[in-house]
Design a protein around this ligand. Structure first.
Ligand code: ZN
Length: 311
């Protein structure tokens, strides 16, 4: 890679100051890597941290190759119950910007920031999003509405421009292109949900993470009371889920924590509802999974819903 860069910079010097006598043969000699001068190192990338994988994807797209993103809670990770490590503290200390979701999502972030003694600016990506109330607090899962993610992207762009003004044009161009794609994604989801008969737009899900999705796109998510979400479902949980499916005449069930396939079979047999796999709520999948980016995560969920709810 270095020799490639050196080669191309020699080449541009050659092109900039052509000798009248330069022939293809001398050109070839001059650009040979053996003769290349060491190129000046590329400008260092801006070190930034994102608190969880979905946010890391947004930051990476807006920052492009001017930044180096580290994500604290990675693919398939649960940011609600994350326990930071000393390595996370060192990453924060080295960062110029730290992007967090906010809305109470990362309960561990304030302690990590003060323990790390980082001088990084802490950027709340959800700033200016209208929060949904949830019990005493607010629902943090704002990224489940694409319109909110457009606000995240604008906040990320503005923070990067401020921290690295030399990259302003690049950040603005990257953000504009992505915002355009997000507009398309939003329209795609609206159309897909519109195609589901209205009476069937109702599912049971144990993790109450889809409130923003429900509000924007019109699918009702019912989280049965008293079902544990932080452990594998028990037989009693299954009975409660079956009750909820029957009471609410739900067409499909999406459960994250049912490992035992007999439970899924029992729900299907007792209710007639389809039992779908997990929807991706709070984290991307690994790169080889079905939801390695925010856009693919949303598309995957909508496909799962469409298939389970179609008549
Ligand atoms: Zn969550």
């Amino acid at each position: 890679m270095d020799s490639l860069r050196a080669t191309s910079s020699n080449l541009s010097r050659l092109i900039g100051f052509p000798s009248r006598r330069a022939t293809l043969a001398t050109l070839a000699l001059l650009v040979s890597p053996l003769r290349a001068q060491p190129a000046p190192p590329p400008p260092p990338r801006l070190p930034v941290v994102a608190s969880f994988s979905i946010l890391g994807d947004l930051v990476r797209i807006v920052g492009g190759d001017r930044i180096d993103v580290t994500t604290i809670v990675g693919a398939n990770g649960d940011a609600h119950v994350y326990q930071p490590s000393p390595q996370d503290g060192r990453r924060l200390a080295a960062a110029k910007l730290v992007f967090v979701n906010g809305l109470g999502f990362e309960g561990w972030i304030d302690r990590l920031v003060s323990a790390s003694k980082t001088k990084a600016r802490i950027v709340t990506a959800s700033r200016a999003v209208t929060p949904r109330k949830e019990g005493e607090g607010v629902d943090p899962h704002a990224w489940q509405d694409v319109a909110n993610v457009k606000i995240y992207v604008a906040n990320i762009r503005d923070a990067l421009v401020e921290a690295d003004p030399d990259g302003a044009a690049r950040y603005k161009a990257n953000a504009a292109e992505y915002l355009h794609a997000l507009g398309g994604l939003d329209a795609e989801i609206v159309a897909a949900i519109d195609a589901i008969p209205r009476a069937r737009r109702r599912v049971v899900s144990t993790h109450d993470a889809f409130g923003y999705f429900a509000a924007r796109y019109g699918v009702e998510f019912i989280a049965p009371q008293g079902v544990s979400t932080d452990a594998e479902a028990s037989a009693r949980d299954i009975a409660r889920i079956v009750d909820a499916v029957k009471t609410h005449k739900v067409a499909a069930v999406f459960l994250e924590n049912i490992v035992d396939p007999r439970f899924a079979q029992r729900i299907a047999a007792e209710t007639g509802a389809k039992v779908g796999g997990a929807l991706y709520s709070d984290a991307l999948s690994p790169p080889d999974g079905p939801a390695p980016s925010y856009v693919r995560l949303m598309r995957f969920n909508v496909k799962q819903l469409s298939e389970a709810l179609a008549r």
